[in-house]
Ligand binder design. Structure first.
Ligand SMILES: Nc1ncnc2c1ncn2[C@@H]1O[C@H](COP(=O)(O)OP(=O)(O)OP(=O)(O)O)[C@@H](O)[C@H]1O
Ligand SMILES: [Mg+2]
Length: 606
């Protein structure tokens, strides 16, 4: 039973009242672990008897499968997929792995999710409940945030619970801060929890230490012997409350038999909560059904249609308390218990977590998972798989090569620090010339993100290194050097625009006929070496060549359009570039594009 929380309940009631009149609402519940976000979501579900309810939750796990949570949310209404406009339906089907067909555009997936939820809301108001959003896979979180920002005149309520400390995508949406219970409610909750009597002083002490956190109030007394309760707590108050509660669970865990702890560990390592899978793995590790009751009677785990932990903090505690060796055994058993045809990626992930030493077969499997993740539009997931594949590659040369590919993926997914670390791995071996040049280029590109002054020089050197090896990449890199020099202006160190332009024109010729990107390169260089008129003529021609979805081309084409004062074209191309970068989840590129467009709008007085 929910105690207190009057203001919060009223906020939720207002959400439903508005949705019943056809105005969609979003509310993000923010707060620390155990503060009562899930409890409020349950309250909301109880109030929404006239709604259709769909739910999803993030699960703490290193594994990240693109769109897994969104799929979970949409599953009950997926029969409506065919009512969507064709491109949207196709994009969503690809994202969910129901159809093949190349990485779906993020933007289309977002639109499709929006259409699907709105459509379901037409029949009967729809309540979408998303718990533990700090653990959603990135692709799902971004899509849901996209949907949340665009809901309007439909009948959809979207409630999201997220830990305020975690990383999440839901900033800036209507939110409700969930804080500690006031002392009177805290006292009531505590008294209702404790069986037997407790003297006033101890009660007050618990209330004070729990800082109004309901989880602390409920679970502390349960995990404590009467002596400990009477004597106060063993956990230093300096730790944040969630850590103190984790200590408590750890203590409870230690009291359980070994087989039971092992069973809990399997459940903790298996994010799906599938009981059949749990028992297949458990049996293969020699565990019998009687391993379960002690965990259930301690209230830590419930095995029903789904496997559920008492609280998400229990799962994390169990996993972290286990020895690395036990964790590996459990992941190994889970890999064997997972169907290689239906769920190859989860299997690959478990196998990788089980590996003691580098193992080429496992690394290769992860590499295949990365390809699949990329095809479904999961750049972050692909990068995570590749990163892991690198670690598990036994052959040092191959490892270096994989590290380079993983670094490129990380950089594209916006994790440039991780990319730099991988580049160190790539650099640790004598790479072939091409790879070395590619490493250099990526380093230069990353440097350009926060060291604008050197970027042009670094890119120029990288381009020169690439020139004899990969003409296309070299020319693209010259072009980036050029853009960096333009961006840095007179602040550039080590080189300047004129030098880069001269290098550009001296670079090996483009293929015949020249590609659109080569026309641009030539136009820019001519501008600087031969003057404005001949340069502008070439650039004007280059931006009229239509090239569809080539982001690299777009990036420079609309800069070219502004150089020749064709503002309308610059705006159109700029918008297109931004849409495409968003759709592809190219998070390293997007801020640059947005920044350029903003400047263009300022110059135009818009
Ligand atoms: N107002 C309340 N009255 C009674 N019990 C509550 C209240 N709020 C929370 N609880 C109980 O406290 C415990 C922790 O709450 P809950 O699981 O909702 O926290 P949470 O904010 O979702 O934490 P996490 O971020 O870890 O998911 C649960 O057992 C819940 O039932
Ligand atoms: Mg919760």
């Amino acid at each position: 039973m929910l105690r207190g929380r009057r203001a919060e309940r009223e906020a939720l009631d207002r959400v439903f009242a508005a949705v019943r009149t056809g105005r969609s609402q979003v509310l993000v519940l923010l707060g620390e672990p155990g503060i009562g976000k899930t409890a409020l979501l349950e309250y909301a579900v109880d109030q929404a008897a006239d709604f259709r309810i769909v739910r999803a939750a993030g699960v703490e796990s290193e594994m990240e499968l693109p769109y897994a949570a969104l799929h979970q949310l949409c599953l009950p209404i997926l029969d409506r997929l065919e009512r969507l406009p064709r491109p949207q339906g196709d994009a969503l089907a690809t994202a969910f792995g129901l159809a093949g067909g190349g990485a779906p555009q993020r933007f289309l997936v977002g639109l499709a999710a929006l259409s699907l939820l709105s459509d379901a809301g037409e029949e009967r108001p729809l309540l979408c409940v998303v718990d533990d959003a700090h653990w959603l896979d990135r692709a799902s979180a971004q899509t849901l945030a996209f949907v949340a920002r665009r809901l309007g005149e439909e009948s959809v309520a979207l409630l999201v619970a997220v830990r305020e400390t975690g990383d999440h995508e839901f900033d800036g949406l209507p939110s409700l801060a969930v804080e500690g219970l006031p002392p009177s409610d805290a006292r009531e909750l505590l008294s209702a929890t404790i069986t037997g009597s407790l003297d006033e002083q101890v009660l007050e002490r618990i209330v004070a230490e729990a800082e109004g956190n309901p989880l602390a109030l409920v679970d502390w007394p349960q995990g404590m012997s009467p002596d400990a309760l009477a004597g106060g707590f063993a956990f230093p108050a300096a730790l944040p409350i969630s850590r103190r509660i984790e200590e408590l669970y750890r203590h409870q865990l230690e009291q359980l038999p070994g087989d039971t702890r092992m069973l809990l560990l399997i459940a903790a390592a298996e994010p799906l909560g599938d009981p059949a899978l749990l028992w297949r793995a458990a049996t293969s590790l020699g565990l019998a059904p009687d391993a379960a009751p002690p965990a259930e009677s301690a209230g830590l785990l419930a095995i029903g249609a789904r496997v559920r932990f008492r609280h998400p903090l229990v799962r994390g505690t169990v996993y972290r308390a286990a020895t690395p060796d036990d964790r590996r055994r459990v992941h190994g058993a889970l890999a064997d218990a997972t169907d290689p045809v239906i769920d190859p990626d989860r299997r690959a992930w478990h196998r990788s977590q089980a590996a003691v030493a580098p193992d080429e077969a496992v690394a290769a499997e992860l590499e295949r998972s990365a390809v699949r993740a990329r095809e479904r539009g999961g750049l972050a997931a692909a990068a995570a798989f590749l990163d892991h594949a690198t670690t598990l590659t036994p052959d040092p040369d191959r490892r270096a090569t994989r590290a380079l590919v993983a670094a490129q993926a990380k950089h594209q997914a916006g994790a440039s620090d991780a990319a730099l670390q991988l580049l160190d791995t790539a650099d640790s071996r004598p790479l072939n010339d091409l790879h070395r040049a590619q490493v250099r280029r990526l380093r230069a590109e990353i440097a350009g993100l926060n060291r604008g002054r050197d970027a042009a020089l670094l890119l120029l050197r990288a381009a020169e290194g690439l020139a004899p090896l990969d003409n296309q990449l070299a020319r693209a890199t010259y072009l980036q050097a050029f853009a960096a020099a333009m961006f840095a202006g007179r602040l550039a160190t080590g080189t300047d625009l004129a030098e880069v332009a001269a290098a550009l024109r001296a670079a090996p010729a483009a293929t015949e006929p020249p590609r659109p990107i080569d026309l641009l390169v030539d136009g820019f260089a001519t501008l600087l070496t031969d003057g404005w008129a001949p340069g502008a003529k070439k650039l004007g021609h280059a931006i009229r060549v239509s090239v569809g979805d080539d982001r690299l081309w777009l990036r420079f084409a609309w800069a070219a359009a502004s150089v020749v004062w064709d503002d309308e074209t610059a705006y159109t191309l700029g918008m297109r570039h931004i849409d495409l970068a968003r759709a592809a989840g190219a998070m390293a590129e997007l801020p640059v594009a947005l920044n350029h467009l903003a400047r263009l709008l300022v110059y135009n007085g818009r």
